[in-house]
Design a protein around this ligand. Structure first.
Ligand code: OXD
Ligand code: MN
Length: 587
């Protein structure tokens, strides 16, 4: 029967009893992950107006959701790391004393689920049977969260089976309360392997497996257990001769990780195949042969919708064409979805993401800039055959990148691991709509982990440096910038499928085949080392521009890079200060 208890795990039952006593739900529903359960909960969500059924002939299994307009993105100002000391969280996180925060949250949660259902979601982060996989239990009063978690994780019986009677699971408690920004707290208690999130139903705040467990708690577990929890996509590249190379890449939120992870190589690259292991998170650990292996802990994509179309990301369009939830896009009268940047003309009329009538020419956007699709990864035609492999995939290259209109060249390679860590640690990017706050300012976002590292950032850098000692064959480290502009504000690099040219140089470097020139920033391809054959409007002149190192810009950049280092002064590893000195002397 759907909803019935499906485990006898004593610790789990005890914890749920305690939460039920605190929150007073009307009933408890244990999720088993079956299709029957999905259909039942979907029908209930439609009945309650939480979901709207889309045109099932066009979009089978797809539903539409509109969130509270005050709740559309991650809220970094309400996100806390509650470690015993403030130093544990470090200067880049909001810290709260665990006892004080638990007391505040418990008082908010008193009878916080009265008249509502408490759903028990057992889930896995990682492929079933993998030694890297972790079990989480999310307790939530949001049916929307249940249906999202069902797509984003391996959820239900499979997780109960992996857990057995063990007490080693992450305890995640989520309650919407009155979805009030004044009572919104996303709190992490690493020493208890616990998360409490209240007052929001937005993905990154409420789907606790993703940012909360896989990154903030995950980074703590990784540091203790000797592995790496990173905000990285994982993709495979197969050459025409069948050689397969895997790379992991860290770009800040909403900088095209999903597009890159699902890239279709441009027409020049017939016979080359890119395949997706993951689009957002990588858990990586050295294997017995001394190579770094990665799994994608997730089972779905929670992708940014605006700008997604058949040209920018055909595989995302296919992935989101069935069994997908759309959040905060626009709804057309014929129950289709629309967003800015979708293929074809805009609808004559529709309802915008707030539910208000919208027509082309209206001042506001029809879809929220951070509107999302939640799609199962099995829908992706390019899903890598090893995406469910418990052993993970061997990583040959790590790529860091940001959104930078100037200063940073298209591609260069670090001299060695420590220099690569420096490149990651000094990453900068212009802010986007994935988090609330200003858009377009450059902020330092080390390893794209600024909002996600669950402990002191200086210690996190130290952990990166330490990992080199246990990886016999470390991946090479690269830096990319797809977003450099010319003096007229036009992008210098076409991006999308043409990024395969950059990927080819990276892969060739990994296999010791491509040449490079030593520069102040690192190893750089010269024109002879980089394939621009068949490119329209991109010749030697453009290559020179997109790769240019402007010493004036770099003088400013090294000063700006130091701002974060000064903030992290107490724990910043010496190696990174030396790398900075070396860079300055090379410049
Ligand atoms: C995301 C993010 O949703 O990074 O993946 O904000
Ligand atoms: Mn992300």
């Amino acid at each position: 029967m759907p909803g019935e208890r499906n485990t006898n795990n004593p610790e789990l039952i005890k914890w749920i009893d305690e939460v039920a006593e605190l929150c007073h739900p009307e009933k408890i529903f244990w999720c088993n992950g079956s299709v029957e359960e999905r259909d039942l909960l979907t029908a209930e969500a439609v009945g309650k107006g939480v979901l709207t059924e889309l045109d099932q002939s066009k979009l089978p299994g797809c539903y539409y959701h509109r969130s509270n307009p005050n709740d559309v993105a991650r809220v970094e100002q309400c996100t806390y790391i509650c470690t015993p000391t403030a130093a544990g969280a470090g200067p880049t996180n909001n810290w709260a004393d665990p006892a004080i925060m638990y007391a505040k949250l418990y008082s908010l949660l008193q009878r916080g689920m009265a008249g509502r259902t408490l759903y028990v979601i057992p889930y896995l982060m990682g492929p079933p049977g993998s030694t890297m996989t972790k079990v989480g239990i999310e307790l939530t009063d949001s049916i929307y969260v249940v249906l999202n978690m069902r797509i984003m994780t391996r959820m239900g019986q499979v997780a109960c089976d992996q857990l057995g009677d063990s007490s080693d699971f992450n305890r995640g408690l989520h309650a919407m309360l009155d979805v009030n920004p004044e009572r919104r707290y996303i709190c992490h208690f690493p020493q208890d392997n616990a998360i409490i999130s209240v007052g929001s139903a937005y993905g990154g705040n409420a789907l606790l497996g993703k940012k909360c467990l896989a990154l903030r708690i995950g980074s703590n577990l990784a540091q203790m257990e000797g592995w790496m929890a990173e905000h990285m996509l994982i993709l495979g590249v197969e050459s025409p001769s069948g050689e397969k190379t895997y790379v992991a890449a860290a770009f800040p939120s909403a900088c095209g990780k999903t597009n890159f992870a699902m890239m279709v190589p441009s027409s020049e690259y017939k016979g080359w195949k890119v395949s997706t292991v993951g689009d957002d998170i990588a858990w990586m650990k050295p294997d017995a042969e001394g190579r770094l292996r990665a799994v994608n802990p997730e089972a779905g994509y929670f992708g940014v919708v605006p700008g997604t179309n058949r040209q920018s990301n055909p595989n995302a369009i296919i992935s989101a064409s069935r069994d997908t939830l759309f959040t905060n896009v626009a709804l057309t009268p014929d129950r289709d979805v629309w967003w800015e940047g979708k293929d074809g003309p805009p609808p004559d009329e529709c309802l915008d993401w707030k539910g208000d009538p919208w027509k082309p020419g209206f001042p506001g956007k029809a879809a929220h800039p951070n509107s999302r699709f939640t799609a199962p990864m099995v829908n992706n035609p390019m899903l890598d055959p090893a995406a469910n492999d418990p052993a993970g995939v061997p990583i040959s290259a790590i790529i860091f990148g940001g959104r930078r209109a100037n200063t940073v060249p298209l591609i260069f390679e670090a001299y060695n691991w420590d220099h690569g860590v420096y490149l990651g640690a000094t990453m900068g990017s212009e802010t986007t709509a994935a988090a609330t706050g200003g858009i377009g300012q450059v902020r330092r976002d080390p390893m794209a982990m600024l909002p996600f590292c669950g402990y002191d950032m200086g210690d996190y850098f130290r952990h990166w440096l330490q990992m080199r000692k246990v990886i016999e064959y470390p991946p090479r480290i690269f830096h990319v910038n797809w977003f450099r502009k010319d003096e007229k504000g036009k992008f210098l690099w076409p991006g999308f499928g043409e990024n395969m040219r950059v990927l080819q140089w990276i892969v060739d470097r990994c296999h010791g085949r491509a040449d490079a020139q030593e520069t102040a920033l690192g190893w750089m391809p010269q024109l002879k080392d980089f394939n621009i054959r068949g490119m329209e409007n991109f010749g030697p002149e453009q290559f020179k521009k997109v790769q240019r190192i402007d010493s004036q810009e770099w003088q400013t950049e090294v000063v700006l890079q130091n701002e974060l280092f000064i903030k992290l002064n107490a724990t910043l590893p010496k190696e990174l200060m030396f790398e900075r000195e070396l860079l300055i002397s090379r410049l």
